[in-house]
Design a protein around this ligand. Structure first.
Ligand SMILES: C[S@@+](CC[C@H](N)C(=O)[O-])C[C@H]1O[C@@H](n2cnc3c(N)ncnc32)[C@H](O)[C@@H]1O
Ligand SMILES: [Zn+2]
Length: 279
């Protein structure tokens, strides 16, 4: 299991009560949810009743990812991790903003297949997301918590992955050990360009690069690009694609109907993998 610290007082948390509870020496305790995850999000840290992605967004993303459209992203992600973690004994890895756990589970399977006995955790602020992720694997520690103040000891991680989620340089730097790996994955300017052209009158092709925000806490290693084309067929898959992206939520209903009556949509994936080392 990954090492955890108390979200109230930061003392180490240990398993108690036949592994049904986590406890710190100051007596704060947290019950394991029936589904198996740990809720370490303090009520006062919530900005809304159900923070993070909604249940509908999560289910749409899960169906879309399980259909395999993005398996090339998972493949490159896991290759990079296996390559970078080679030689690290029992690496501790956290997938921050893990959502419904598709990539986290791929990471777990790949590291296991590579013979790396890793401790893996997935953390997300959305309880719906973590509940859904929990069904994917019992070998991962699933946490409902905020990425802004993670319930992990300082410098306890060998690697942190951040897939399509918000970059929070300082909180991430706190939990990654010096020399540890940060792998950030984000969409490039041409990602889903066909869909965006159907939705917006004017498509902004802005290049995002977390490098500047991560300095000086992280040293850049390299950035890779992955591009591929794929075809999304049928109104169910197209609905899921709209539902899981922010674009689908900004759409006019006529445009939505026009997209959903199509037989299929040819799409372009444009993905960046940024590797950094904690200074
Ligand atoms: C676009 S989704 C990506 C999910 C997953 N990594 C994937 O690629 O399928 C972004 C995720 O970040 C989560 N999130 C948003 N704010 C967060 C925070 N402060 N701490 C942790 N997770 C957060 C959302 O709930 C959502 O699941
Ligand atoms: Zn405590």
């Amino acid at each position: 299991m990954i090492k955890l610290s108390c979200p109230v007082c930061q003392a180490p948390l240990t398993l108690a009560n036949e592994d049904r509870q986590l406890r710190c020496d100051a007596g704060h305790n947290f019950d394991r949810a029936r589904q198996g995850y740990w809720n370490l999000l303090l009520p006062q840290r919530k900005k809304s009743k159900n923070p993070g992605d909604s249940g509908e967004m999560i289910q749409a993303r899960r169906r879309f990812l399980d259909a395999g459209y993005y398996w090339l992203i998972a493949e490159r992600l896991t290759q990079l991790l296996v390559e970078q973690l080679e030689g690290v004994a029992n690496p501790n890895l956290l997938d921050l903003g893990c959502g419904e756990g598709y990539y986290t589970t791929q990471i777990e399977e790949a590291l296991e297949a590579a013979g790396l006995e890793a401790n893996i955790a997935g953390l997300d602020i959305s309880r719906d997301a973590v509940r859904s992720a929990c069904q994917r694997s019992k070998n991962i520690d699933w946490l409902v918590a905020t990425g802004a103040d993670m319930p992990l000891p300082e410098a306890s991680l060998d690697a942190l992955t951040l897939m399509f989620s918000r970059v929070m340089p300082e909180p991430m730097a706190k939990v990654i050990r010096p020399g540890g790996l940060l792998l950030v994955v984000w969409p490039g300017p041409d990602h889903l360009i066909e869909l965006r052209e159907l939705i917006y009158d004017e498509v902004r092709r802005r290049e995002f690069d977390p490098g500047a925000d991560l300095e000086p806490l992280f040293e850049p290693v390299r950035t890779e690009t992955l591009k591929f084309d794929f075809e999304v067929g049928g109104s169910e898959a197209l609905t899921d694609l709209l539902e899981m992206t922010p674009h689908g939520h900004r759409i006019r209903s006529e445009t939505r109907d026009r997209i959903l009556t199509r037989e299929s949509l040819g799409c372009h994936a444009d993905i960046r993998f940024g590797l950094y080392r904690r200074q």
